[in-house]
Unconditional design. Sequence first.
Length: 117
Amino acid sequence: MNQNDSKGFIETIGLVAAIQAADVMLKSANVRVEAVANADGGLITVICTGDLASCNAAVDAAKATISTTDTYFNSNQIPRPDSDVQWLISDRIGSMVKLGETGRSQTPAKESKKTRK
């Protein structure tokens, strides 16, 4: 994480809203989607990283978009989070899918059980 990076969070009700929020975040500002966390009760948190202005713009755009479908739950931005906060984000949020530089999951794909002859 760059020392000047900020974090933007948007919490949605349901996966479809989280996907829509992530799409809007990426299209509206120069941010990376760092992780998607699945909390209890169908709440999904999308976490983006970038400079403070970009994170603010991304979260505001996503909030405006998903609020129209009543799937918005909460949002927040943290400018230059402390390393202990980064640890909390990385290790303590429910079941999280961490995304790499390409935006793809860093979890290895399951191998196919079928083999060709």
